[in-house]
Design a protein around this ligand. Structure first.
Ligand code: SAM
Length: 200
């Protein structure tokens, strides 16, 4: 099984949009306790181990996970512990990615909420802006960004921000997140400008 039911949200998003495939490089932001990374890993190492000639147990694909919190390691998943908002943590992530184009960035990051709506939506927006900035610099031109967002103040601005950067923007509310009414996901597919492989 998965470490958290959060896995089923990514599963629903992936089944709707077919984002994840063996052989990809995926960055998982806000990864703890690791259920999304587990889901991606399964796509990369199917039970028969037979995709792309990968030996049984061998991962066909790369997963780089980042979180403030540590979690039990997942075989084959590279982990960076730290705050995505901090320059030195971002630098570690950039080093881990190197100049390889990233296929998919997934972010389930959520800030600790204060209950004060204006500062909460500012915190949420800041994390999403940083995830978009990272995607702008590291995603393939046809890559995708999946971001947890919250309905309420600031939502429509975030949709506009996604539209400014991605050719296709899909809001998705997985059934698995029905209990948390404000939580929803935005998926951006295909950068409008300058992916890492834009020149090719
Ligand atoms: N997708 C995960 C899974 O499937 O197991 C669950 C993620 S949980 C809902 C949100 C995570 O975001 C928390 O583990 C939290 O520590 C992390 N987070 C929030 N703000 C962060 C930040 N600034 N930098 C890194 N991680 C952050």
């Amino acid at each position: 099984g998965f470490r958290s039911r959060a896995a089923f949200k990514l599963k629903e998003i992936d089944e709707a949009l077919h984002l994840l495939r063996p052989g990809q490089l995926v960055v998982d932001l806000g990864a703890a306790p690791g259920a999304w990374s587990q889901y991606v890993r399964r796509k990369f190492a199917p039970k028969d181990g037979g995709v792309g000639g990968a030996a049984v147990g061998e991962l066909n694909g790369t997963i780089i996970a980042l979180d403030l919190l540590d979690f039990e390691p997942i075989e084959g998943v590279q982990f960076i512990q730290g705050d995505f908002r901090e320059d030195d943590v971002l630098a570690q992530l950039r080093d881990a990615v190197g100049d390889r184009p990233v296929d998919v960035v997934v972010s389930d990051m959520a800030p600790n909420l204060s209950g004060i709506e204006v500062s909460d939506s500012a915190r949420i927006a800041h994390l999403i802006e940083l995830a978009i900035e990272f995607s702008q610099q590291h995603l393939k031109r046809d890559g995708a960004l999946v971001c947890k967002v919250f309905h309420g103040s600031g939502y429509s601005q975030l949709v506009e921000l996604f539209r400014a950067h991605f050719r296709v923007v899909k809001p998705i509310k997985p059934k698995a997140s029905r209990d948390k009414s404000a939580e929803t996901f935005l998926v951006g597919i295909g950068l409008k400008r300058a992916g890492v492989d834009a020149a090719s």
